[in-house]
Design a protein around this ligand. Structure first.
Ligand code: FAD
Length: 315
């Protein structure tokens, strides 16, 4: 029988929703137990949050000053040690998990399964390849620990219930490397909803034309309470900062509503929104590929359509 260890992602003393999504993927493998591992300098509040995720058998904490910041080089040896007795180690396929999981796999001497979007069996997974153009079925060796990253946009967050799950402190006797040290965390600050967790996202592309013109996207997003994203072309042109990029090399998101404004719909962009609910496209080119996947399409000049939509919503 399988036992799955899910690595908790957290920042600033708060659990990231990616953890509950990784728990959903773990539950799909129908294991005997799902334990969540919290590595932190002060794990109490995070563990209490993790203990409320339904389906979790135990929350394990490793409290060390060195775990104050999520440095993969420091966390990986601890996860590798904690993994003893588990058939699977799951981490979210976020920057955190993509940094950590390969190191854990290397320390355990196993191959990693990346970007799990579906679980077919305890050792059979589906994952996208070629920027989401094809889906491949991967079979992991049942004789080895499965280390996998979970494509969070493909999984709903496991429900949050009452706090009845036991929390246990682990005392791992692991020597930690000192060649990697924390210097600084630079984070974009915004009053708008977080791009990765928002239920509505409005994105602008190269068609928006300039940094100044992006104001039209911000204004519209604020009107409907949406997060703001962008295509890579808009990021590369300097219209918006990097953290707003949606797509293969940006954020993979699954909002209920996604509005692509002045975005052509390149495959690398679409792979970031394939799990979105309703997709609305505004583009002046009726042949733009975005219309092939859009649920609603408006052909026309965004500088005319977006203010009209905004005015209609205001009225
Ligand atoms: P364009 O393709 O130039 O499209 C602009 C659109 O705006 C056009 O369809 C045009 O008709 C429309 N338009 C122009 N003016 C108006 C107007 N006034 N009103 C209405 N519509 C208008 N891209 C991503 O987005 N995310 C990624 O993560 C990503 N990763 C990549 C990774 C790799 C390895 C590679 C090779 C590429 C990647 N790309 C990514 C780039 C991708 O291939 C496209 O180049 C990019 O998505 C194009 O952005 P865009 O749609 O804004 O620009």
């Amino acid at each position: 029988m399988s036992k799955i260890l899910v690595i908790a992602e957290h920042l600033g003393g708060k659990l990231n929703p990616s953890t509950a999504r990784a728990v959903s993927a773990a539950a799909a493998a129908k294991p005997e137990a799902i334990d969540v591992l919290v590595l932190a300098d002060n794990a109490d509040a995070i563990a209490a949050e993790a203990a409320k995720i339904e389906g979790v058998s135990r929350v394990l904490t490793v409290t060390r000053a060195e775990n104050a910041h999520a440095l993969a080089a420091v966390l990986a040896p601890q996860v590798a040690k904690a993994a003893a007795g588990y058939s699977h180690v799951f981490a979210p396929s976020t920057t955190f998990g993509k940094d950590l999981a390969p190191r854990v796999a290397a320390l355990l001497g196993v191959a990693q399964v990346s970007d799990v979007m579906a679980v077919e069996g305890s050792h059979t997974f589906k994952r996208p390849i070629y920027a989401g153009n094809a889906i491949v079925t991967v079979e992991a060796d049942p004789a080895q620990t499965v280390v996998a990253t979970i494509r969070t946009a493909s999984w709903p967050a496991a429900a949050i219930g009452a706090n009845g799950t036991p929390v246990e402190a682990l005392n791992l006797d692991v020597a930690l490397p000192s060649y990697t040290r924390f210097v600084e965390l630079k984070q974009g600050k915004s009053d708008r909803p977080d791009l990765q967790g928002a239920s509505k996202v409005v994105s602008g592309g190269r068609g928006v034309g300039s940094k100044e013109n992006f104001e039209i996207i911000y204004k519209f997003a604020d009107r409907i309470g949406a997060a703001v994203g962008a295509s890579r072309a808009a990021v590369d042109a300097g219209y918006v900062p990097n953290e707003m990029q949606v797509g293969q090399t940006g954020k993979i998101i699954a909002p209920e509503l996604y509005m692509a404004i002045g975005i052509s719909g390149a495959i690398q962009h679409l792979t970031g929104i394939k799990d979105a609910g309703t997709i609305v496209a505004i583009n002046k080119d009726a042949e733009a590929p975005i219309f092939e996947i859009a649920d609603l399409g408006l052909v026309g000049d965004l500088f005319k359509i977006v203010p009209e939509l905004e005015a209609a919503l205001a009225g």
